[in-house]
Design a protein around this ligand. Structure first.
Ligand code: CA
Length: 229
């Protein structure tokens, strides 16, 4: 899941980025409206957190341009507490939800979870054989037992799981796991996959396998349901 934060206030942007990264999202930051507009025109995001009071280009204009490009990316706008008209304009321009400043981070995280869920259309829970992944709290269980994964390992699993049975390139994993300026090498991806594979193997009898396709990427195999019949 990749989120763009368009916010010119450095303190707020920093706090947002830290909290969303901790929750396991890949996060990019744009400090002006034009930067946000350029990023949105060139990349696919799962959510835009948009401050309406941005320099260079207003948040409303960023939003209008996004919707003119027929993007369905969910948008959460940030407005000042008393700016009722701003909220109305934002929702009219195609925002999905709003938060008024100042807000508590847990509230922001809850809105982000709700909006990214809606955006993916994947539903809340993804099942694969004995594995159950809850997108709401990013928990993973196998046969009902909680699997202890780091935020990065969970991110890798999520990407592989949503494309189970298909090849996922390392570059695609890097794209989904990292924001701008974050150095995550292809080697690091190998390490996350290796750890994830070990943890999956320790829990299941080989029915959940991550296959390495040399030089190309990885594939989380769909369990063969006919194997034991
Ligand atoms: Ca601002």
């Amino acid at each position: 899941m990749r989120i763009l934060i368009a916010e010119d206030d450095e303190l707020i942007a920093d706090a947002l980025m830290r909290s969303l990264k901790r929750a396991g999202y890949a996060v990019d930051h744009a400090a002006t409206g034009t930067e946000a507009d350029a990023a949105l025109a060139s990349q696919q995001y799962d959510l835009l957190v948009l401050d309406l009071g941005l320099p260079r280009m207003s948040g409303i204009e960023v939003l209008q341009r996004l919707r003119n490009r027929k993007s369905t990316c969910p948008v959460l706008i940030l407005t000042a507490r008393d700016a009722v008209q701003d909220r109305v304009s934002g929702l009219d321009a195609g925002a999905d939800d709003y938060l008024t400043k100042p807000f508590a981070l847990p509230e922001l995280e809850a809105r982000v979870r709700a909006l990214t869920r809606r955006g993916t259309g994947q539903g809340r829970v993804v099942m694969l054989g004995p594995l159950r992944y809850d997108q709401a709290d990013r928990s993973v269980t196998i046969d009902g037992h909680m699997l202890d994964l780091s935020a990065r390992e969970t991110g890798v699993l999520e990407v592989l799981l949503l494309r189970a049975g298909r090849l996922v390139s390392k570059e695609h994993l890097v794209d989904h796991l990292c924001g701008w300026g974050e150095e995550v090498s292809l080697n690091a991806i190998e390490v996350y996959v290796h750890r994830l594979r070990k943890k999956l193997e320790s829990c299941v009898d080989g029915s959940l396998k991550i296959t390495t396709v040399r030089g190309l990427g990885y594939c989380l195999e769909k369990p063969d349901v006919t194997a034991n019949m």
